[in-house]
Write a protein of this length. Structure first.
Length: 127
């Protein structure tokens, strides 16, 4: 992979705790990923890599080709969204990672996925 600058591709992730499928030692989260291409050229998403850290500091790495069985091509201005899930043994945890994109000339560039929390929502107290 070259040391070219990161393309103007923005990644936003929203995670939610799935209480109905979680229990002590098995905390389920779903997350929605939104990838926006703000660059002036098209990019194809080739690979992903996630680092999942649970509440006790145990790290799991997940890597693979594309996302949800696809390698989407994002034209300038395009948006690609997908959802997935993850299970951690203890909370609060966190996820972060990166995608590898390829431009029309075959140059590969890594785009970082900002870290996000894996935790139960804070109970709201009404006064």
């Amino acid at each position: 992979m070259t040391s070219l600058p990161e393309p103007d591709i923005r990644v936003v992730v929203k995670a939610a705790y799935v209480d109905t499928h979680s229990r002590e030692g098995h905390h389920v989260f779903v997350y929605l990923v939104r990838i926006e291409n703000h660059a002036e050229e098209s990019y194809k998403l080739l690979e992903r890599e996630w680092k999942v850290t649970d509440g006790e500091g145990q790290v799991t790495r997940v890597a693979g080709v594309g996302v949800v069985g696809e390698q989407p091509l994002l034209a300038p201005g395009a948006v690609f969204q997908y959802d997935s899930s993850v299970v951690v043994g203890s909370i609060p945890g966190r996820m972060e990672g990166s995608y590898v994109f390829q431009d029309a000339w075959g140059e590969r560039r890594r785009v970082m996925i900002p870290a996000f929390a894996l935790d139960r929502p804070t109970p709201r107290v009404l006064n």
